[in-house]
Write a protein that binds this ligand. Structure first.
Ligand SMILES: Nc1nc2c(ncn2[C@@H]2O[C@H](COP(=O)(O)OP(=O)(O)OP(=O)(O)O)[C@@H](O)[C@H]2O)c(=O)[nH]1
Ligand SMILES: [Mg+2]
Length: 296
């Protein structure tokens, strides 16, 4: 294929919390780049997943679910969303059969004003029936014309070919933005911290996961294994106790699960050490948030 015909572009995945944006990106890229849990606000960063062929390069961006920010971390999360709306070649708007379609009106109004093509994916149709899905398709065709509206199940990998075809047909003619062997913009430390954060989201209740931040203090690449040292920051002393659990049992479970998951992801033995520290300010403090990669 000659350079003049190569297609490439940014396909930015936007939508409300918990609709399945990360599940969809992982399925489209074929790698578990973004963590997925049943809890809302799982994704906190913009994470790129790149699909390369000889003919095209699709740079997907997974983003945090859209919400009204209550603290600085959430404001930073929403600035990732705003940037992604601004620099998209194509918006892949994800909704599902569970949420009220009119949720988050301001964002819908923003999307209505955009010039770039929009593909709407109605996710989780495995949980619905045909009539409800037909109603939603017509709602979204009316709300975001001339968007292509595609019913899918990201989890069951149903109808994802239609999403891929829609995206490829709208990709601009352009040279690749990234090396053709690159499949993400994030490094190994980032994935290690996200894997541990996913285990925290799964293993702890209520406000605990939302009070936690993970920092990878050291990541040493030995020949036989990776030596990883992580810190879980919490907001209060009482939360530290909950994370650690009785005689350290809760932390041991979380760290062990994270280690297995890291070994699976990195295809390498992992030696993981996890510390817990209190940092009352991390969700609000600009410098702390920058350190954790939330400021662009
Ligand atoms: N039944 C069903 N569940 C799904 C589907 N896709 C995703 N889910 C589930 O929905 C939940 C949320 O999925 P995520 O991919 O984390 O959603 P998200 O939009 O990235 O969420 P945030 O990052 O919190 O904004 C998880 O429990 C998924 O397993 C689907 O097609 N069908
Ligand atoms: Mg997500």
């Amino acid at each position: 294929m000659s350079n003049e015909q190569h297609r490439a572009g940014f396909v930015n995945i936007i939508g409300n919390p918990n609709v399945g944006k990360s599940t969809l990106m992982n399925a489209l890229v074929g790698e578990k780049l973004s963590i997925v849990t049943a809890k809302a606000q799982t994704t906190r960063h913009r994470i790129m997943g790149i699909v390369n062929t000889d003919d095209y390069q699709i740079v997907y961006s997974d983003t945090p679910g859209m919400l009204k920010p209550a603290y600085r971390l959430q404001r930073d999360m929403m600035s990732f969303v705003d940037t992604a709306i601004g620099d998209a070649d194509i918006i892949l708007y994800v909704t599902d059969v569970v949420e009220k379609p009119e949720k988050n009106k301001e964002y819908i109004e923003k999307l209505q004003k955009l010039e770039c093509p929009i593909v709407v994916a109605i996710n989780k149709i495995d949980l619905s029936d045909q009539q409800k899905v037909m109603e939603l398709i017509s709602f979204w065709q009316k709300t975001l014309p001339p968007a292509l509206v595609i019913p899918i199940s990201a989890k069951e990998k149903f109808n994802l070919d239609s999403v891929l075809n829609a995206v490829v047909s709208k990709l601009p003619v352009a040279p690749p933005w990234f090396d053709k062997d690159q499949f993400t913009d994030k490094n190994m430390r980032f994935f290690a911290s996200e894997i541990l954060r996913e285990r925290i989201l799964e293993n702890y209740k209520e406000e605990i996961p939302y009070s936690c931040q993970v920092e990878i203090e050291a990541f040493k690449e030995e020949e036989e294994r990776y030596d990883i040292s992580a810190v879980i920051y919490v907001l209060r002393d009482s939360q530290k106790g909950i994370i650690i659990g009785k005689s350290g049992s809760a932390l041991k479970k979380t760290a062990t699960e994270a280690r297995y998951e890291m070994e699976d992801f990195f295809q390498k033995k992992v030696y993981l050490t996890v510390f817990v520290k209190v940092d009352p300010d991390w969700r609000e403090d600009k410098k702390e948030l920058r350190k954790f990669g939330y400021e662009e």
